[in-house]
Ligand binder design. Structure first.
Ligand code: IMP
Length: 194
């Protein structure tokens, strides 16, 4: 089975990728005894994912995958976007509070999450994006998930991701959609089991 190194230290993310990319042996830097961290200096999700995939490939000399994601709000011209994690300078609670404050009195609350995943093997770059649409709630609702989940009312689920089960969210999430597309592209362009 071909091995792919995923640029993450997050166990939940590693499991999500493993469950989807079943034709590959997906490992993370920690599994290889490597510490990996790189500054996300890109202006787009694609740039950031590529920066991470390239840097990790240079380190391990094997095919790598990296992802970048975030929340894009129409009334904020697509922000916080690539700055979603560092939007307020604080954690999730502060980010959500800032988002509610910035959208106060704004009638258009449409938003979407974007996920961009990049595969890089030293030659080929294969990328896939996934989206999930919704609107930003007036107040926090639900404790599930992470990040902006308690404020994101999914168009597909008609409730916030904060109220959705993991399975419900994974059926419609930006990351799951990007992963499904990447899986098809990898099967076409790279092949899997040998
Ligand atoms: P990352 O690129 O996956 O680390 O995500 C960057 C940031 O985007 C996170 O810290 C969250 O603030 C936000 N984000 C990305 N995906 C989600 C999601 O599924 N739910 C809530 N917030 C998310």
């Amino acid at each position: 089975m071909k091995r792919i190194v995923l640029a993450t230290g997050n166990k939940a993310k590693l499991n999500e990728f493993r469950q989807m990319l079943t034709d590959y042996d997906v490992v993370c830097p920690r599994d290889l005894g490597i510490a990996f961290d790189v500054d996300e200096t890109g202006e787009t999700f694609y740039e950031n994912a590529l920066i991470k995939a390239r840097a990790l490939n240079e380190l391990v000399g094997e095919p790598t995958i990296a992802d970048d994601s975030g929340l894009c709000v129409d009334a904020l011209d697509g922000g916080p976007g690539v700055r979603s994690a560092r939007y307020s300078g604080g954690g999730d609670d502060e980010n959500n509070a800032k988002l509610l404050a910035e959208l106060k009195d704004k009638p258009n609350r449409a938003a979407h999450f974007t996920s961009c995943i990049v595969y890089y093997d030293g030659e080929r770059i294969i990328s896939a994006e996934g989206y999930t649409h919704g609107v930003i709630a007036d107040a926090l609702d639900g404790d599930n998930g992470f990040g902006y989940d308690p404020l994101f009312i999914s168009d597909d689920l008609h409730k916030t991701f904060g109220r959705a089960s993991e399975d419900e969210k994974n059926a419609v999430s930006h990351r799951a959609r990007a992963l499904a597309l990447l899986k098809r592209k990898l099967a076409d362009e790279v092949g899997g089991a040998e």
